[in-house]
Design a protein around this ligand. Sequence first.
Ligand code: GLU
Length: 293
Amino acid sequence: MTHGLSAGAASAPVVTRFAPSPTGPLHLGHLHSAFCGWTRAQAAGGHFLLRLEDIDAGRCRPAHAAAILADLSACGLDWDGPVRVQSVHLEDYRRSLDVLAGHGLLYPCFCTRAAVLADIAAAGAAPHQAPDGSALYPGTCRMLSDAERADRIAAGLPHALRLDMARACRQASPGLSRYEAGQGRIPCRPQAFGDVVLARRDVPASYHLCATHDDALQAVSWVTRGLDLAPSADLHRLLQSLMGWPEPAYAHHALLRDGTGRRLAKRDAASSLRDLLDRGTAPAEIRAMAGYG
Ligand code: GLU
């Protein structure tokens, strides 16, 4: 594998993964994504891992998690080793947050979503969106004094933990870049996320932190996933640099669309793997529909 990474990373075995969140039934787009990782590992004699990203207890359901494993198997996809289930590893993510906090890179944010939007409106600005769709945070709680923070925490006010982006960028390796299949090295712009939330008030860690942590822990060498997540890779490279985690290569694939050009969604029964299987569609046909015939 030659992708411009360090010599050690370039000679490491190819490890890919599929990391769905069990928030609904899988559809053909998920199968396409899973096979992107599977075929890359297969072609290199490497390993393909399955990970359940289920830290958001409000949106994830054990029944969906069980269905993911069953549907992927029924469609002929297999994976190596045990499935990593994020919700049973919250302590790992806590430790990573502690490391970042130890470097002075996190601060508690007491704002509700409504308060963030109100602050933006009060400043007479239009809300700018971070690449993940959240409103770019104006930094209200970054300005609090240590005493104000301590008072609010002592009063039991719920809070999220945000990354101080400007500081983080100063502490990270200069000229951060990443390797994207078909493009080579491209510069990263994690600043586009602003002071991103790394632990929500209701969920102990964010997708960005957990996914990046696990990719490092599981020695994932190629992150294969949909193009919609490509901007997140810039933020993930920043976290890797701050935490001293190895750098994977990235292969973001185009999203599978329906006949009208619309992106497939979990709510569309037409492309649900379970529905297709229940209607007697052969696994080989389902794989072909997902682009892997
Ligand atoms: N869990 C994420 C999702 O279902 C994907 C994460 C990733 O591949 O990095 O959208």
